[in-house]
Design a protein around this ligand. Structure first.
Ligand SMILES: [Zn+2]
Length: 369
């Protein structure tokens, strides 16, 4: 850890919090003032912390910015989190969004969960992480522009790595440590959209079972079993005996209420499943299991799409064609299998190799019986 926070709890007449961050040798690194954040009728102060206190305390509600590292421009890269504790200790649910900076429906869902959770009905702790990858969020890109890394390919991270690897390390080793369950909320990026699905860890044993059960509790009927994959959050957490699920919804850089509300409801369903709120859980009765087949364009140009989201797709069906700058058709895109069009790129301009479609095909076999 690069330094410690010395909190000078000065609250002046304008209700601004001031902090000083010093190194372990007491050398001044950074001092600044933060505005308070008003959420509805509540005023919640935000602390910037190098080592966040994540302990349960009855009815605790606290927002923090957890420091990853000082940046080139003298600001701090931080991860905003909110701790919400109920009356009694119990499960610890972590809901994380914004791992990819251009997937915003999950971000909005986490923001709304902050106001939707009633602490007086809550057992245990909900830790909300609305924007995990703040640099990518600020640049409206999937990858972190500071090192051009996809955060969801470098979990569990490295404490001495690039900025994304350090961010991944903080997330896994501090923020998500000791979680009963982690729910990660994604979507398609700014150029496309998709139909909702939920991924779970398709591994034998208790962690795979709990991940699968949590996916059934979330409520999306379309499920994708995820085998162990290097660098992916679900897999990195499974290795640490933490079950996790990862949702996908929406896209186009939008915050469509019909999408983020489904995420809010899904998280509340998971809280029922974990017995964090006193309502009976419900589970998807007839889940459908799929595997994903991304379809990439063989050439750059304008992609004229000939299918719609949700269409049934036949193997070999033409999904669209590519036009060169003169409007000449230079190539085609064909479906690799039978299935359902689960995602599509909406932007017509494509580079060679861009994913332009996703076909869900019925899963033949999976690990969990
Ligand atoms: Zn994503």
């Amino acid at each position: 850890m690069w330094g410690v926070l010395r909190q000078e709890t000065l609250i002046d007449m304008s209700e601004r919090l001031c902090y000083t961050i010093v190194s372990s040798s007491d050398k001044l690194i950074f001092d600044f003032c933060l505005p308070t954040i008003t959420a509805g009728s509540r005023t919640i102060m935000v602390q910037t912390v190098a080592a966040p206190d994540l302990q349960f305390r009855p009815f605790r509600r606290e927002r923090m910015r957890c420091v990853v590292a000082p940046l080139l421009d003298g600001t701090l890269l931080t991860v905003p989190i909110e701790m919400i504790c109920g009356a009694a200790d119990g499960p610890r649910l972590v809901v994380i969004a914004g791992v990819h900076g251009d997937e915003l429906e999950g971000v909005r869902a986490v923001q709304m969960l902050s106001t939707a959770i009633d602490q007086h009905r809550l057992s245990g702790t909900v830790l909300l992480i609305p924007v995990a990858n703040m640099a990518a969020f600020a640049s409206r890109t999937r990858r972190n522009p500071l090192d051009n890394i996809d955060l969801n390919r470098v979990f569990p991270g490295r404490s001495d790595g690039t900025v994304s690897e350090r961010l991944a390390y903080l997330i896994v080793h501090t923020l998500l440590a000791n979680a009963t369950l982690v729910v990660s909320l994604h979507g398609l990026g700014a150029l496309g959209t998709l139909m909702p699905w939920m991924e779970f860890a398709d591994i034998p044993g208790a962690i795979g079972h709990e991940s699968h059960t949590a996916a059934l509790a979330f409520g999306f009927p379309d499920l994708m079993p995820l085998p162990p994959l290097p660098g992916v959050l679900i897999s990195a957490l499974a290795q640490r005996s933490i079950p996790a699920i990862e949702g996908e919804i929406g896209g186009m850089g939008m915050i469509d209420p019909s999408n983020w509300r489904r995420y809010v409801i899904g998280v509340i369903q998971v809280m029922r499943h974990l017995r964090m709120i006193p309502d009976p859980p419900v589970y998807v009765a007839n889940p459908r299991y799929w595997e994903l087949h991304w379809v990439h364009t063989p050439a750059g140009g304008l992609f004229e799409r000939s299918f719609a989201l949700g269409d049934h797709i036949a193997c070999g069906q033409r999904l669209g064609f590519i036009l060169d700058p003169f409007g000449e058709q230079i190539d085609n895109v064909f479906a690799p299998c039978d299935g359902v069009a689960g995602a599509c790129q909406m932007a017509a301009s494509v580079h060679p190799g861009d994913p332009v479609a996703l076909v869900w095909s019925p899963l033949q076999s999976r690990c969990i019986a």
